[in-house]
Design a binder for this molecule. Structure first.
Ligand code: SF4
Length: 437
């Protein structure tokens, strides 16, 4: 029995070399036992084979995806396919073949998880000496971290990021992609714990990180030279680019399924305004009319906001307006849809899109209107009356400003109080205008 121990779960290079030796030495699949041993134990010399062989590009592409599946049988299944392909069988044409179907199922699951990881990942900005690092956490269903990190590094080439998962960490510093050990979920149960864990451990983690090699989109298994780092990894959907146009993000958000709110709502209501706006206003969520029309702040609260902005000397056409949550949350009551306040997990899920807007616009000032927007922005529960009306420094260097949500003015019971609250809102907006002058 020939034993092969790969150095990690996505050791493409190790699997490729072992496959080549074993095939050339004529070792049948049933005589090979595959395992993963990161500490070098269980390592056995490979047989020496002579000659060369090649398999089709599509089989290599399929293998480079399937090897990322969290399935212990994948190395063996892939070796079986290569063994048969080397014997002259057109294996990929055999769509009824059980091994082919198993490998295709694995490749499909990996591709889906690759895409899911990119759409689900959200980043916490962590200020460093001369830059901001974007820190992400994700628990992948398959071993897609390395391939995804290569793609994300290409797309986010101007940024610095670290993605932590239980399987490992990926760190991009705008020059080199490095991989480190994983972090258990219980160690970083929420954003706050993740940030403090990162602050305490990142130096040691980065010191021991290894430079990554790519899972390649190879041509011929036998002839492929060692691929350069960050080589393409196959047919996967590209991630959002933080510096890409906003309409690209808007399009992706229209299919968002990150929380359950997309279900009953009519559509995603993304932010709107010029891409170079220096002020970004954040409300809570679209209301009944916004949900139907598909634009933020066009209902009664939007009308009050327009009037107050005009009085404060702010031209709505020059600012960007969005919501912390992009789908309308409501409770049906007869023919009416009654607004419901989004809950923390929904705010947290939708923070992804707010981050995309913040990263792409990089506004001078972010105005949170109401408790939900303030919570989304500051990452904690906020008492609006306590924190309104003054600039608040955000961890990534941006400045926030908290005020009431204009819909609050619609709910004030008596006329005098409404007039007073309206004047206070206009005063806040004047302060906003002064802060970005
Ligand atoms: S509310 Fe936000 S996170 Fe939830 S589905 Fe809609 S866009 Fe996605």
């Amino acid at each position: 029995m020939q034993r092969v121990a790969l150095v990690n779960e996505t050791d493409w290079e190790g699997w490729r070399k072992a496959t080549r030796s074993l095939i050339l030495a004529g070792v049948a699949p049933e005589d090979v036992r595959w395992s993963v041993s990161s500490d070098g134990e269980d390592r056995h010399p490979l047989p020496e084979g002579h000659g060369s062989f090649g398999v089709s590009r599509s089989l290599v592409a399929l293998a480079s995806l399937a090897i990322q599946a969290r399935d212990a049988s994948r190395f063996d299944l892939l070796y079986r396919l290569v063994w048969r392909a080397n014997a002259g069988e057109g294996v990929l044409q055999k769509t009824d073949d059980e091994t082919v179907r198993q490998v295709q199922r694995l490749a499909f699951a990996v591709r889906a998880e690759t895409h899911r990881m990119r759409t689900m990942l959200r980043y916490l900005p962590v200020p460093e000496k001369d830059r901001t690092r974007y820190l992400g956490w994700y628990e992948p269903a398959h071993y897609v971290l390395e391939a995804n990190a290569q793609l994300i590094a290409r797309q986010f080439s101007g940024l610095t990021f670290s993605i932590l998962t239980p399987d490992g960490g990926a760190h991009w510093d705008n020059a080199e992609l490095r991989f480190s050990a994983g972090v258990a979920r219980r160690t970083v149960p929420d954003d706050e714990a993740l940030l403090s864990w990162w602050r305490a451990h990142h130096e040691r983690l980065l010191r021991h990180a290894r430079i990554g090699t790519a899972i390649p989109e190879a041509e011929q298994l036998d002839e492929v030279p060692r691929p350069p780092d960050r080589a393409p990894v196959g047919p996967v959907v590209l991630p959002l680019r933080p510096d890409g146009p906003l309409h690209e993000a808007m399009q992706e958000a229209s299919d968002c399924r990150r929380c359950a709110l997309y279900g009953p709502a009519t559509q995603t209501v993304f932010g709107e305004g010029p891409a170079h706006a220096s002020v970004l206003f954040v409300g809570e969520q679209p209301g009944d009319q916004e949900d139907v029309i598909g634009r933020p702040f066009v209902g009664p609260a939007g009308q009050i906001m327009d009037r107050a902005m005009e009085e404060a000397g702010i031209d709505r056409r020059t600012v960007y307006i969005t919501n912390a949550v992009k789908h309308f949350k409501f409770e049906p009551r007869g023919k009416r849809r009654i607004h419901k306040t989004p809950e923390a997990p929904e705010i947290q899920a939708c923070r992804f899109w707010l981050d995309v807007e913040l990263i792409r616009l990089r506004p001078k000032l972010v105005v949170a209107m109401g408790g939900t927007a303030a919570r989304a922005l500051l990452g904690r529960a906020v008492t609006v009356t306590r924190e309104r009306g003054r600039p608040i420094e955000l961890p990534d260097g941006q400045t926030a400003f908290v005020t009431v949500h204009p819909s609050f003015l619609l709910r004030v019971p008596d006329e005098d109080a409404t007039a007073r609250e309206y004047r206070a809102f206009v005063a806040d907006l004047r302060t906003v205008a002064g802060l970005v002058d």
